[in-house]
Structure formats: C-alpha cells, structure tokens
Design a protein around this ligand. Structure first.
Ligand code: PXL
Length: 281
C-alpha cells in the first residue's frame, strides 16, 4: 500500500478500443494522447487487429466477458473520470460496454463510432452498428463521427452545410446529445473542392442545437493514420481536465493539426501522426 498520496492526482482516462500493433490508431494512439495531456491512461482491448500503415489485414475480436473483466478491474480500483470508446466490433461487446457505463457512470463519455479503417477494412458490421446507435448514443456526452461514418449512420450523403445539419438532427433523434462531425475527409469541411487554394478542415460541433464550427488549415498529406482516435481521446482527456466541451474540442483540434503537421514519415502507407509533443519541432 502506498502510504504517501499526492495532493493532486492526474485524472484517469480509459479507452475501450482495438489494438493497432503499428501504433498509429486504436488504444496506442489513445494512450499516447491521454499521456500527452497529463492524464493517467488505462485501456481495455476489444479486438487485436493485424495492420500497419498500408492496411488492415484482419482481426481477432475479444468476447464481451473479456471486455467486462478488463474494464471492471479498472473501474473497481480507480475513479475513471473520462471514458472513450473506439472500435467496438460486435453487438455483444457494445451491449457490455453500455452495461459498464450504466454501472460505473464515468463523468465523461466520448463515443467514437468507428466504422471503417482509412484503407477500407470494415471494423464493425451493420447489425453491430445498429446496436451501437441504440445502446451507446444515448449514453455519450459526445459522438465524433467523421463524414463517411455520419453518412453510413444516417444514410445521408454529406455534400452541403444543410446535409450536415440534417444528418446531425437525425443522429440526435437516435439519442446522441452532442455531435462532432469531423471534416478531415473533405477539403472544405463540406464539399471537396478541387483547386481550392485555401482549403480548410472544418469540424462541426453541435451542442444540442447550437453549432460551433472549428476551422484549421487543411494539410495536404498522407500522414493521417490515427487522426480520428487521437481527436476523440484528446477531447476525453480535456473534459477530464475540467474544460467545457467547446474548449475541449478547440484544444483537441489544434493538437491534432499540430500532430499532422509534425508527423514522422513512417511506413509505406499512411504514416501515423505525431502524438508526442516532446518530439515536435
Ligand atoms: O481510425 C479508426 C480505427 C480505430 N481503431 C482501430 C483501428 C482503426 C483504423 O484502422 O485499426 C483499432
């Protein structure tokens, strides 16, 4: 037993997500991100994927029982301030995660509705996605779909500002309170305009019906592996640190932009981004 307790403890953040052994996405990205913000990082694995910067070649999923035992062990011991979920590949795992959230009520819950890898590998099937919508959307403080994810969830093609508003209303009708639509997949946040000199990456944050748009320079790069995981994990960390949602998203968006700007050139495909501030120049 540790008899000397520090006055101020770092907030504990937990991720329930998949393992990307090449370290770009999934729980490794989440852990690095929590640590970068001075939070204490914990993780439960939902799936061991086989992947690198080129693609995802397969996965072995965990059982609901395994996810339950990993998560329960942590929640029974630590006061987990923020929980972030990533790849939840099966309906039974999603139902279990919903049960765990209800049982332990972490202060902040960020649900990243991971659907497909950048390289096109399905990380969840349609039946499980339905369960995710039904069971996890109502428990989340924030959901963070990117444009392809929002399109798959709602069936609405996101080509204009109005489409984004409509799709968000749809996701809120499904039970999500607050929605961040990540615009990195389209050059101006809505429609991909070729030849646009000042491209912007626009994220749309809806807190209930109130919209805040975050703009950053769109960086032309293939080093994008792990951006979605990192953004959602950074938001969870900043909520755990006590920031309100708008400030947490702003800090996290700037963090990801900087991580893309200073990304190493690793691997033969989409390089991971730079989540370690100490190696930024
Ligand atoms: O970026 C989505 C994502 C999340 N989690 C894991 C992944 C990926 C994409 O490849 O592998 C484990």
């Amino acid at each position: 037993m540790n008899s000397v307790k520090k006055e101020s403890q770092p907030p504990v953040c937990m991720t329930i997500a998949g393992l990307d052994p090449s370290g770009g996405a999934g729980i490794i990205a989440d852990i690095k991100t929590f640590s970068a913000f001075g939070c204490f990082a914990c993780a439960a694995i939902t799936s061991v994927t086989f992947q690198n910067t080129i693609g995802v070649f397969g996965a072995v999923h965990q059982t609901a029982d395994s996810v339950n035992k990993q998560t329960q062990a942590v929640f029974e011991d630590y006061d987990v301030t923020a929980l972030k979920t990533g790849m939840l590949p099966t309906g039974e795992i999603i139902r279990e995660v919903a049960r765990l959230i209800k049982k332990f009520s972490p202060k902040h819950v960020v649900v990243d509705p991971v659907v497909r890898s950048t390289s096109g590998f399905d990380l969840i099937d349609d039946a499980a996605l339905k369960i995710l919508i039904e069971h996890l959307f109502p428990l989340a403080d924030l959901i963070t779909p990117n444009i392809p994810e929002a399109e798959r969830i709602t069936g609405i093609a996101l080509r204009s500002h109005d489409d984004i508003v409509r799709a968000t209303a749809e996701m809120q009708a499904m039970g999500a309170r607050n929605v961040l639509i990540k615009g990195g997949h389209s050059a101006d946040g809505e429609v991909k305009e070729k030849g646009n000199a000042a491209k912007k990456a626009k994220d749309h944050l809806f807190i209930g019906g109130d919209l805040t748009v975050f703009e950053a320079d769109f960086i032309e790069t293939t080093a994008t592996h792990g951006t979605g995981c990192t953004l959602a994990a950074a938001i969870a960390a900043n909520l755990a640190l006590g920031h309100d949602l708008i400030v947490a998203v702003k800090i996290s968006k700037d963090f990801v932009t900087e991580a893309i700007r200073t990304a190493p050139n690793l691997g033969k495909g989409h390089s991971p981004i730079n989540i370690s501030p100490s190696s930024r120049v």
